[in-house]
Design a protein around this ligand. Structure first.
Ligand code: 9MR
Length: 481
């Protein structure tokens, strides 16, 4: 159960004053989507996109009706994890009877706000209906595979990643003795990942857990498991570090730990960040929380294969923390009145420092034509192309800004790959390729680019010998630069 999330016992890492310099981010490349007076900085999503990352949140269907939360979520986040809506007790409450309505609402929000979706989750000992845990063990594998296949097929093409397996480990690194383990032993893990891959070959498939942020018995066991899976050809794609922290108690080995998973060829993601404070808060604890948030963001920025950071929820008033950890609260970047806290400012500063990052190249004060990103302000468009590559594969995030004075209604962005890239799947656009020529056309929910506005789409692909980023772009046939 989630109440089992315990205080990390790893050494404390306290930071002094933030040393990050705030760079001027090129306004043409990273247009401000919209901002309330209390959030005058560029949205977190734009700042993260400038670094080739995302910044996400968790939302429940209930949150979608809370205007204060949505005013923040609608502008700040470009990734969403459904808080509960894709878990087994919601999606298959009785054997073979599926309910995707609640999860679809989260997907609809994402599509309306140019956000990607992190599917959460397919196999977990918790929020698991009794009918599963009381099955004869001989039936569990078939039921698990059917559940994964049906749910992953339903959301195929709509989720960027799946937490296929959630929280499989005990604190000592042994596997939980849940019904899946009892039925299949440790083999259920690879079976679940392979089954999800068959259903949705383009989704990044994760194992997600808590108290694995630093190097310890639990993360060591996961590391060994990941090595084994990869050596056996299991299509594991990433490791999700939940990051439910306590103020002032971040593990000092977090960066090294993330990097060792990345070095295996896996993506890593901070999936459920919050940082609870013993109540009442003080200016010192709120400041320390800011330092903690900055540490998390900086560690993600420092690891090329860290794809992004998601906070668990939007604001302190709707966080799960007070209900689960009596005496603790104030765990997010926004207070109960939706006002940004020091943690928000620290996050903005961390995301703003050092310029934009593109394909491993960091530049200060604007966009660059080196390292894969190309910009231009000729014509009425400006394109920022941010690549995250690894041996044989890459993702590209493309932000198209309308620098003209009239709306663009319906768009196709054209470009050519200088290398041998092949697009495998896209999001927020229909991406087609013929030879080296690529065309990305709007989907229904992002067809309009207002004057001064942006759209953000992306795609995943493969490459063999040359992953050089495109050097020029056209929007509806007219050169952007
Ligand atoms: O935020 C979720 C909360 O609404 C549920 O009551 C709870 C039940 O287990 O699950 C919460 O989300 C959990 C996530 O799915 C997995 N990691 C821990 C999260 C916080 O408990």
């Amino acid at each position: 159960m989630t109440s089992g999330i315990r205080t990390p016992r790893t050494p404390r890492r306290r930071l002094g004053a933030l040393t990050a310099t705030v760079a001027v981010v090129a306004a043409t490349a990273l247009a401000v989507l919209s901002a309330t007076p209390a959030q005058a900085a560029s949205p977190l999503r734009s700042l993260a996109e400038g670094k080739g990352k995302y910044f996400g949140t968790a939302l429940t269907d209930g949150d979608l009706n809370i205007s204060g939360e949505m005013a923040i979520a609608n502008t700040q986040f470009d990734m969403v994890t459904p808080g509960n809506e894709m878990k087994w007790d919601t999606t298959e409450p009785s054997n073979g009877s599926y309910n995707f309505g609640p999860g679809d609402q989260i997907v609809n929000w994402a599509q309306a706000h140019n956000a990607r979706v992190r599917g959460h989750n397919l196999v977990w000992h918790s929020q698991l209906p009794n009918w599963v845990s009381s099955l004869p063990l001989t039936q569990v594998q078939g039921v698990m595979e059917s559940h994964i296949t049906t749910e992953a097929t339903h959301y195929k093409g709509k989720v960027y990643a799946w937490d296929v397996i959630n929280e499989p480990f005990n604190e000592d690194g042994s596997l939980r003795q849940d019904v899946f383990y009892k039925a299949m032993g440790s083999g259920y893990l690879a079976d679940a990942i392979r089954t999800a891959h068959t259903a949705d070959p383009n989704a990044k498939l994760y194992i997600n857990d808590y108290n694995i942020e630093g190097e310890n018995a639990k993360s060591n066991a996961l590391y060994t498991l990941a090595q084994q899976m990869l050596s056996q050809g299991v299509p594991l794609g990433g490791i999700g570090l939940e990051a439910h922290f306590i103020e002032g108690q971040l593990p000092s080995s977090m960066l090294a730990n993330m990097q060792r998973f990345a070095d295996l060829g896996l993506d890593v993601a901070i999936t459920e960040l919050d940082d609870r404070i013993q109540l009442p808060t003080s200016s010192a604890t709120l400041q320390q929380q800011g330092n903690d948030y900055a540490t998390v963001v900086n560690d993600c920025l420092a690891v090329t294969r860290c794809v992004g950071v998601s906070q668990w929820g939007v604001d302190d008033g709707h966080s799960w923390i007070p209900g689960t950890f009596p005496g603790y609260g104030a765990a997010t970047m926004y207070d109960s009145n939706y006002q940004p806290k020091p943690a928000y400012n620290a996050t903005v500063n961390a995301l703003s420092a050092g310029g934009t990052t593109t394909g491993g190249t960091t530049t200060t004060g604007g966009t660059t034509s080196a390292g894969g990103t190309t910009g231009g302000t000729g014509g009425n468009c400006h394109v920022t192309y941010t690549k995250n590559e690894w041996a044989g594969g890459f993702t590209a995030d493309v932000v198209v800004a309308n620098t003209g004075t009239t709306s663009v209604n319906g768009w196709t962005l054209g470009f050519s790959f200088p290398g041998d890239q092949k697009v495998t799947n896209g999001w927020n656009a229909t991406v087609t390729q013929s030879g080296n020529t690529v065309k990305a056309t709007n989907v229904s929910y992002d067809s309009t680019i207002a004057p001064g506005g942006t759209v953000d789409f992306g795609f995943q692909g493969t490459w063999t010998s040359n992953d050089t980023s495109p050097g020029s772009f056209t929007l509806n046939g007219t050169a952007c630069s």
